[in-house]
Design a protein around this ligand. Structure first.
Ligand code: SF4
Length: 717
């Protein structure tokens, strides 16, 4: 056996071993415990690291660039400064959440918003009184139209479909049924089965506010419900702010005798909308920013402020509606400062709170923990048991892996939804990549092939032929080579004159296995996402391909202990993502594509380095390189679809992540001139300086230079 053949068979063995393993994991019954004690965090952090608050000011606002800017750097930072007492720790399971494509803002967030509104109605004892609902979507959510699947996600959310588990094929079929039958079953999926079916005319009750924006954020939704006499029962504004996170205002609840002017039926609240739009948003929209819980009680004690339910006509609500712009505390400041401590809320403190890369490294060194171990311990202090952490992490990996599988098994000639009519490339790339390695990829349908590979059917195949698995694979490969690889190929077509002093180069194809596998895995995930399939927001849907791609590559080709490396990879990536979420942004609306693909690349680079046994300092360096060369990356998808350049961009992000890690691994730790904190700070400033046209507006860049005559719409992922 030649060297190359031996290498290929060895590779085949590793691939077959790890390819799409079946791992049963339950996601049921994983409770959430309250968390966070800010004062204690800060004291602990300072005691541990000896660091002091940086001089940049606390303030986080989504309303406009002027809010909170008071001096020098702050004026430039705009939305990116943070409370100096805040740590960066959020749960890994808030950062990585399971959702459906194509957009964490346009599908995952709205479905979660629908869940939240119905859960609030139920807690307020209003759900059974609801007779009519009116829904309005604003700004970016409206402009992207049904192509981003926002209405279907939102309505299914109101029916309490779970974004993590809903059958992705059920969503469009149920949406069609709602439209046809004009019935909506609010809270249909609630655990106690006490939902309420109401009349719902999609054309009348679902409003597209194309040209209007609620004050806080471009992705605004307003829900309003009425009783059988047309009396306004309650209303709430929710905002999908990226990564599947939803900012939730208080549910504004009418009393038994709503004031005149607010109770005249379905059409009446229009004047209130105008009032809100002109004057600001509810005062407590800061809450629900850093968690993804549906029931508020489950998230009590987290970065949250404001009441849960307010009387609609009370002076407090009135002030919130009328004077919000002047009274609303910036998210992340003011009211957050006064969050009750854990004694009052029962919240628990992360065991190792860190606020930036420096304090993260200090904690790792002080307690002799890897970054993954430190995050793991923090998850335990969030209330998860060891078993729950393992189950949830492997469940995340399983969904990532399935999204790759779904992408490579799609029909070869299929196209993605949307006006671009983009062809899926993952199936063809995968088929070509595995040609010669996988006999099944040539003579079986893809699902059959996968089943065979993952269930060990090679042994049964070898039983019938009498050959050992390796010999059988080799034999099949050779037979296939004879049958299909060479037989159909015509002579290579050479472009250019052969009579010129510089002869044209003959067509060739390189085989760079690492790059090829990374590419196909990332493309597969993003095509699954673009088709509305199930993916993990990592940390967003549009950038969802990078981390699964690098992790899959690690598991298949690098790892000697996949279980350990899956945990290490995801927990390390989560720590890095937390630093960005606190120190900069993971939203394209605020930082363009560097906030999504750039951040995912950085997370994957650090996580890959961790699986290679790197020290925390080297991991930090890998993450820094990963973002440094994505600074300034614009968000300009064509036609507002999360497809081009997004899908390819994920492939390049995955390759860049491995390169970044390898660069760091071959450097001397601690000698780099740019720290991760420096790079995050640079990212924040870069985001601030980017023109809005390059931040998920589709108003410039590729979106306008490609003459497709597609109406401009606003993308988001
Ligand atoms: S270009 Fe925009 S829509 Fe596409 S992946 Fe990047 S941030 Fe997401």
């Amino acid at each position: 056996m030649g060297h190359v053949a031996a290498r290929r068979l060895a590779l085949l063995g590793r691939v077959v071993r790890n390819q799409y393993p079946c791992r049963p994991h339950s996601t049921v019954g994983l409770g959430w415990k309250p968390r966070v004690n800010y004062a204690a965090h800060t004291q602990q952090l300072r005691a541990i690291t000896g660091t002091h608050a940086p001089n940049w000011k606390q303030s986080r606002s989504f309303s406009d660039d002027s809010t909170g800017a008071e001096n020098g750097e702050d004026a430039q930072l705009g939305t990116y400064s943070e409370a100096d007492h805040e740590h960066a720790v959020i749960s890994t399971f808030d950062l990585f959440s399971i959702g459906i494509g194509p957009s964490s803002s346009h599908t995952v967030g709205p479905m979660r918003a629908g869940n939240i509104f119905v859960a609030d109605l139920k807690e307020a004892g209003l759900l059974h009184k609801v007779h009519k609902i009116r829904i309005a979507i604003y700004g970016s959510l409206a402009l992207t139209g049904e192509g981003h699947m926002t209405p279907s996600a939102l309505l299914l959310g109101l029916e309490s479909a779970d974004v993590e588990s809903v059958d992705t094929s059920y969503v469009p079929s149920r949406f069609a049924q709602i439209k046809k039958e004009k019935k909506l079953y609010l809270g249909h999926g609630l655990a106690d089965g006490k939902g309420k079916e109401i009349d719902f005319d999609y054309e009348r009750d679902f409003k597209w506010e194309w040209g209007r924006k609620l004050p806080l954020h471009s992705n605004g939704m307003r829900f309003t419900v009425f009783d059988s006499e047309g009396i306004l029962l309650a209303t709430n504004d929710l905002f999908s702010v990226g990564g599947g996170f939803v900012v939730n205002g208080a549910l504004s609840k009418a009393s038994n005798s709503p004031p005149a002017g607010q109770t005249t039926g379905v059409g009446q609240p229009e004047s209130k909308e105008l009032q809100i739009e002109n004057t600001g948003g509810p005062a407590d929209l800061a809450e629900n920013m850093f968690y993804k819980e549906i029931r508020r009680a489950d998230a009590a004690g987290d970065r949250r402020t404001g009441s849960e339910i307010k009387p609609l006509e009370s002076s407090g609500e009135s002030a919130a509606l009328v004077d919000a712009q002047s009274t609303r505390p910036p998210v992340g400041s003011g009211a957050v400062d006064s969050i009750p401590n854990t004694t009052e809320t029962g919240a628990q403190t992360p065991r190792y709170p860190f606020r930036d890369g420096e304090s993260l490294l200090a904690l790792c060194n002080k307690y002799n923990l890897t970054i993954a171990q430190l995050v793991y311990e923090n998850e335990k202090s969030h209330g998860y048991t060891d078993e729950e952490i393992h189950e949830k992490l492997f469940r995340i990996w399983d969904v990532m892996d399935q999204s790759i599988l779904e992408g490579v098994q799609a029909p070869l000639d299929s196209t993605l939804p949307g006006s671009l009519k983009l062809h899926r490339r993952a199936p063809g790339l995968y088929k070509r990549l595995t040609r010669g390695l996988y006999p099944s990829s040539q003579n079986l349908t893809a699902p059959d092939a996968q089943r065979q590979l993952s269930s060990g059917d090679q042994s049964s195949a070898s039983a019938t032929t009498g050959l050992q698995p390796a010999e059988a694979a080799k034999s099949a490969t050779m037979a296939l080579s004879r049958k299909s690889l060479h037989g159909k190929r015509g002579p290579p077509r050479v472009h250019g004159s052969v009579y010129h002093p510089i002869m044209p180069s003959p067509p060739r194809r390189t085989a760079l296995p690492a790059m090829d596998y990374l590419t196909v895995y990332a493309i597969a995930v993003n095509e699954t996402n673009a088709a509305g399939g199930r993916i993990v927001t990592a940390p967003t849907n549009g950038a969802a391909g990078i981390i699964p791609s690098v992790l899959k590559y690690t598991v298949e080709f690098i790892s000697d202990d996949p279980d350990r490396d899956i945990l290490t990879f995801l927990l390390t990536a989560a720590a890095i993502g937390m630093l960005y979420k606190r120190g900069a942004t993971i939203s394209a609306a605020e930082g363009g594509c560097m906030a999504e693909v750039g951040v995912a690349c950085s997370m994957a680079a650090g996580a890959f380095a961790a699986c290679m046994g790197a020290s925390p300092e080297t991991i930090e360096q890998a993450a820094e390189i990963g973002i440094e060369h994505n600074l300034g990356l614009t968000c300009d998808p064509i036609g507002g679809l999360v497809q081009a350049p997004c899908i390819e961009r994920n492939a390049l992000g995955a390759v860049k992540a491995i390169s970044s890690a390898n660069l760091a691994l071959s450097s001397i730790a601690g000698t780099q001139k740019v720290s991760l904190d420096d790079a995050i700070r640079a990212m924040r400033l870069t985001a601030q300086g980017m023109r809005n046209e390059f931040k998920e507006t589709s108003l410039s860049g590729l979106a306008t230079s490609v003459p497709l005559n597609i109406p401009v719409s606003v993308p988001d992922c």
